[in-house]
Write a protein that binds this ligand. Structure first.
Ligand code: GRF
Length: 204
């Protein structure tokens, strides 16, 4: 049995993806453990979620640092202190710089509530509705320097219904996010992913 993959989860808000990851790690569905949760927002509900599961939480707020570099270094140092092997962005509302990415090459993933490369950035569900797509979903991807544009690990789809509002579509997508994120972590924990250029190959 491989050693458990140590996860560092970066959050800014509600934390429902964090909760799903914790649940799957605690139940043993995932061969992983959440070693630390780092929030850039002291009021994030995700902090309560982590504390309820007795997971170490570190709050690192941008306003406490004179520049982005020192802010990101503080986050990276915390991840190192907890020997994190995979950094999971779960509703983390900041774009990470090249400096940060260099410290965890190929070890940072993100979840986005749309079928990338469509509708990156904020309000992805609203963008999808406004565009009139009939299918949407979520994407788990490796993080590169751009916004929501690194190599795609996996996607899950949902139908867009005639009477959907942003809220109803978001809820439907979120249910798939909770499944998708753990599936991606599982593949990584089993060493089954290989990045070949822009493509992520899933090995048997
Ligand atoms: C999710 O929709 C995720 O795809 C996006 O931010 C939202 C975070 O939700 N990046 P939660 O904090 O995990 O509930």
């Amino acid at each position: 049995m491989r050693q458990k993959l140590k996860l560092g989860v970066l959050v800014s808000g509600r934390g429902s993806n964090l909760q799903a990851i914790i649940d799957n790690a605690t139940s043993g569905k995932l061969n992983a453990t959440v070693s630390v949760v780092i929030s850039d927002n002291k009021d994030a509900y995700a902090i309560t979620i982590a504390k309820n599961s007795k997971i170490p939480v570190v709050i690192v707020e941008r306003q406490d640092f004179s520049n982005k570099k020192s802010f990101e270094s503080a986050i990276a140092d915390e991840l190192d202190n907890h020997h994190v092997g995979l950094v999971c962005l779960a509703g983390f509302m900041r774009v990470l710089s090249k400096n940060f990415l260099k410290r965890f090459p190929g070890k940072i993933i993100n979840i986005h509530p749309a079928l990338l490369p469509s509708f990156p950035g904020l309000d992805a569900q609203k963008q999808a509705l406004e565009h009139g797509v009939k299918i949407s979903g979520c994407t788990v991807h490796f993080v590169d320097e751009g916004t929501d544009c690194g190599p795609i690990i996996l996607q899950r789809t949902v139908p867009v219904l005639e009477d959907d509002k942003e809220e109803t579509l978001s809820e439907r997508i979120l249910r798939e996010e909770h499944l998708a994120y753990s599936s991606a972590i599982e593949l990584i924990s089993k060493g089954r992913l290989e990045i070949c250029g822009r493509r992520v190959v899933i090995r048997k």
